[in-house]
Design a protein around this ligand. Sequence first.
Ligand SMILES: [Zn+2]
Length: 110
Amino acid sequence: MLICPVCKSEYQEGFKTCSDCKCDLIEIPDVIVKSKPLKVGKIIQFLIGILIILYSPILSYHFTSNYFIGSYDPDRYLWMLKAFHSSFLLAGSIICLPSLIYWWKRMRRK
Ligand SMILES: [Zn+2]
């Protein structure tokens, strides 16, 4: 697609200058004009966040078990398990949040 850099008017193929501004038209790819493709990075970031949230029980169990090799104290074990679990939930949410905000803003713009 051809576009005037000054007044942003759109022109069909074949035109070389803007009829209003008399300046040279610039070529821009159609992909940008039609719709911005979903950012892959945002999707990956979101998926990592969701995975951390989903696997937080397993992850926290794994981390707590590693931490308590040798000694075992049920109270401290449970406390560590909960601490790890909330940390993973928090981390997952923080990772997800920017993508959710980005998509929310995108939806509102349309
Ligand atoms: Zn123009």
